[in-house]
Design a protein around this ligand. Structure first.
Ligand SMILES: [Zn+2]
Length: 220
């Protein structure tokens, strides 16, 4: 059996197993979805949102891209965010980075990776803004881990700038936005931004990424 054939075999075994333990499961799921979370993660195959959180189908609305970004001009992400917040009434948005992220790593290297170089320009800015802090970290892995965390902070801030979140916050303190990092070495999730639900908290967060000379740095 090759990998493609194995997909179908595993799918059949899974669907059969679910039906055996919960005969009306698919009937209920087909009727509606009411996810608790909107999850923005990296494309990396080692970071499966449902598997690492124990969530079942119907519990996490998901968008993934390289380096888990919330670009303000990414129509795919914005459409998913709008649907999640305004139609599905998701209360909690998660941006989840991960240690060992090839996208974040690529943003620290000379360009030459193709289209992804354009996609990574915000991560490259984060790297440049925090060059002094990162240079003070003695080991390469430590620097890479810190840049992954700083990228999550910046992406949470970028998400807070979107019209969808601004509209929602104008009506009430939701959605709450959290920033997480998944450690591919031990399978554990770490919280790097908790409970962002207001303009004041968003501004405080931005200063953590851009540092004390932020007034001289480009803003969006
Ligand atoms: Zn990644």
């Amino acid at each position: 059996m090759n990998n493609y054939q194995r997909l179908f075999a595993n799918n059949k075994a899974w669907a059969t197993s679910v039906r055996e333990t919960d005969p009306t499961y698919f009937e209920r799921r087909a009727a509606s979805q009411a996810p608790h979370f909107f999850f923005i993660g990296c494309c990396d195959s080692r970071v499966p949102a449902e598997l690492l959180t124990g969530a079942k189908p119907g519990e996490i609305f998901t968008h993934r891209n390289i380096a888990n970004q919330a670009h303000p001009n990414d129509l795919s992400m914005l459409a998913a965010l709008e649907y999640a917040v305004e139609f599905l009434d998701v209360k909690h948005v998660l941006i989840c980075g991960h240690y060992g992220c090839g996208g974040v790593k690529a943003a620290t290297l000379p360009q030459g990776h193709g289209v992804v170089d354009h996609w990574l320009h915000v991560v490259r800015d984060v790297y440049r803004w925090n060059a002094d802090e990162l240079a003070a970290i003695p080991d390469e892995e430590g620097r890479a881990h810190r840049l992954v965390e700083l990228n999550v902070l910046e992406q949470v801030f970028q998400l807070s700038r979107t019209p969808v979140v601004q509209r929602a916050w104008a009506k009430g303190k939701r959605p709450v936005i959290s920033g997480l990092v998944y450690d591919i070495h031990d399978g554990m999730l770490k919280e790097v931004v908790a409970g962002l639900d207001s303009e004041d908290k968003a501004r405080q967060l931005r200063s953590q990424v851009t540092g004390p000379v932020s007034a001289e740095k480009p803003r969006t």
